[in-house]
Structures are given as C-alpha cells and as structure tokens.
Design a protein around this ligand. Structure first.
Ligand SMILES: NC(=O)c1ccc[n+]([C@@H]2O[C@H](COP(=O)([O-])OP(=O)(O)OC[C@H]3O[C@@H](n4cnc5c(N)ncnc54)[C@H](OP(=O)(O)O)[C@@H]3O)[C@@H](O)[C@H]2O)c1
Length: 347
C-alpha cells in the first residue's frame, strides 16, 4: 500500500513513527505492506516512488523543517495538490490543520485524492463538519474508501465501536464528552473551585487550550464531532450549521456548586437524540459512566438491545491519533482484500 502523507505536524510525525515502528509486525500479521512514497508539507515535499525506509523517515524527522530541503528526495515549493495528482499511490493520509470556515486546504486535498482514484484517511474534522454528506457521496462515486476514525475520540475507537461492535443492534441515541479542553476546564473549576478564566489560563499554560480558544470553549470542536457521529453512525445528512450549539463561557462556579448539591456536575455534552442535535453545558450525575474528568473523553451509545454502552479514552495526542490512522489503513487494506476475493470468485 503506497501512501502520500499530507501535513507533517504532530499527527503526521506520529504516523511516520508508528508506521516505521510497526512496519515489520504489520507486514507479518496482516499481509499489510505500507510504504510512504511522499510527504507534502506547506512549503514542499519529499518524494520517493519506491517508498521511504524506516531509517530514512527517521532521518527526515530529525533533519526537521523544511523537509523539502532533503538533498536526495526534496521538492521545494511543490504543493500538496500537485503531489496528490502526480505521485502514484493507493492512499492519501490528510492531516493538515482544521479550518471550519471553508474546510481548506483539506477539502481540496481530499476531493483531488478521490478524483485521482485514491482512498483517503483523515484526522481533519473541518471538511467533514462542513460537507460530510457530499464527501461520502463523492468517495462512493469514485469507488474509493474514506476513513476518519481519528476525528472523533483521537485514538479511542468511538466510530468503529459503534459501527462494528454494535452492528446488528440499533443505536437510538448518542451523547458524549468529546472535547478534552472543555472537560479539563470544567473539571478544574469544580474540583479546585476556580473561575472559568483561571481554569482557561491553566489549560493554556499546560498546552491543553489554544491561545485563541474559541474552537473548543464555544463548542465548535464538539459540534464537528457530533456531525461526524450523526452522519456515520445514525445516517443523518447534516452539517455544522444544523447543530444547536452553546459553549461553556457562561458556566459559573455557582452553577457547578448548585449542581454538586444535587450530586451532579456540569459537562459540555454533544448529543443526538431523534431530530435534536445539540452541544451544550448539561448537568449530569457524578456517578454517570460518562462523568470523566480532566482531558478524558467519553461517549455513551444507547442501543435497542445492548442497553447503554460507554467508551472512555484520551481524545487527542499525536501518537494516539496516529494509531487511529493506522487502524483506518488496516481497515482499507481488509476492504480491498475482500473486494479482490469477491472479484476472483465472480470471474
Ligand atoms: N494533535 C492532535 O492531538 C489531534 C487529535 C485529533 C485530530 N487532530 C487533527 O489532525 C490534524 C493535524 O493535527 P496536528 O496536531 O498534526 O496539526 P499541526 O501540528 O498543526 O500539523 C499540521 C501540518 O500541516 C501542515 N500544513 C498546513 N497547511 C498545509 C498545506 N496547505 N499543505 C500541506 N501541509 C500543510 C502544517 O505546516 P506548517 O506547520 O508549516 O503550517 C503542519 O505541518 C488537524 O486537523 C487536527 O485537528 C489532531
């Protein structure tokens, strides 16, 4: 499987590290032979049609920015779109920064990959939040796979759990704490009795919150994940504008104290129930399995037969999220293998 990696930041570097570390085991265990044939970053690319060895991937990482200065394989100034169009590969792994205004540059990278017959794995929520129904249609039309398990829950397999482990059951509703930053802030406020502003500053100092924190604290990040869950698991054709969203700026210490007297606390919950798709601060019991603290994420699937199933895990992190990319690559590999089997049995 030849792979073009687009974006070489925290997750991109995690992907090369994991593929290099797992290379031999995966080849042995799954007949899976991943080869990174190109890496495109903002200022250029490195390309080797035969695939970079684990040693070369490590050397590229050690050498640092800009990767396109590599004397053997560097292509300074070459745009990711050109790389996707011109380099032969089966899969594009798209891990550029999120943008919920217009989804770019990822939206163009993904559609270009589809049009050139390449499967796509992404951890980028932007294009999915804005255009998930259209993108899944385009991938089907081009007969390619589109996987994005790292977009919800980081390394915690929330999408696969619902899609695969709960297959056959009917998922009636989904609710979850899907953003580690806001969960950290609310946990700090209630456990240490500090204000929202103090908790936000601590989160920023620790690197849990961005200097411009709106994406997290105004609930946009959670809303993007809710859109992905709604489309992928519940087959709803919705986008970001369909989510009724409220962030946590107005959650006060008083509100948390009042909730605590009732044995409850307040969490930023993304929920899909019937036609209602919401993100809002919600009072939940302190003994609800969903009630996790710190930067943890949790999601509860309410099902017709198996009751409530809750999954808890870290919702972010470079290597964790890269592990979701590896999972998606293996999933594509299995899908392609079964397609080949079907074609052979038909011929
Ligand atoms: N980090 C996590 O824990 C995590 C978890 C789940 C999902 N995600 C998602 O995964 C994606 C990647 O996250 P990250 O943390 O790796 O971000 P990051 O560290 O900012 O890396 C993004 C990389 O993409 C590059 N890039 C920007 N514009 C580009 C373009 N037009 N063409 C090619 N490359 C371009 C950036 O280059 P420059 O730095 O030079 O601009 C950078 O190397 C994001 O969408 C994020 O939301 C991240």
């Amino acid at each position: 499987m030849r792979i073009i990696l687009v974006g070489y930041g925290v997750v991109g570097k995690g992907v090369t590290s994991i593929l290099a570390r797992r290379y031999l085991e995966k080849t042995k265990d799954y007949g899976f032979n991943p080869k990174i044939v190109a890496i495109a970053d903002i200022d250029g690319a490195v390309i080797n049609p035969r695939g970079f060895s684990p040693e070369k991937l490590e050397a590229i990482k050690q050498r640092g920015y800009p990767i396109s200065a590599d004397p053997d394989f560097g292509h300074p100034g070459m745009k990711a779109l050109e790389v996707i169009e011109s380099v032969e590969a089966e899969v594009v792994v798209e891990v550029t920064p999120v943008n919920i205004q217009n989804g770019e540059p990822a939206l163009s990278h993904i559609t270009q990959a589809f049009k050139t017959g390449k499967h796509v794995v992404t951890t980028n929520k932007g294009p999915l939040a804005l255009a998930m129904p259209a993108l899944t249609e385009l991938s089907d039309y081009n007969n390619v796979c589109f996987r994005f398990s790292g977009t919800v829950g980081g390394g915690t397999p929330m999408l696969q759990f619902a899609k695969k482990c709960l297959a056959g059951d009917k998922i009636l509703a989904i609710k979850g704490i899907l953003n580690g930053t806001t969960n950290y802030i609310l946990s700090e406020m209630s456990q240490n009795r500090i204000s929202f502003q103090e908790a936000l500053s601590t989160a920023q100092k620790l690197g849990y919150a961005e200097r411009e924190p709106s994406m997290d604290i105004d609930g946009f990040d959670t809303a993007c994940k809710v859109v992905i869950l709604a489309n992928w698991i519940l087959n709803k054709k919705i986008t970001l504008k369909d989510v009724d969203r409220t962030g946590i700026r107005d959650v006060s210490l008083q509100m948390l104290d009042d909730a605590s007297k009732r044995g409850n606390t307040i969490k930023l919950i993304g929920a899909i129930e019937g036609n209602s798709v919401t993100v809002k601060p919600t009072e939940i019991s302190k003994v609800d399995p969903l009630c996790v603290s710190g930067v943890l994420n949790a999601v509860t699937f309410s099902t017709e037969f198996a009751g409530e199933q809750t999954l808890v895990g870290r919702g972010a992190g470079g290597i964790e999220t890269a592990s979701a990319v590896l999972r998606d690559l293996l999933d594509i590999r299995h899908k392609l293998a079964s397609r080949m089997l079907n074609n052979n049995s038909e011929s």
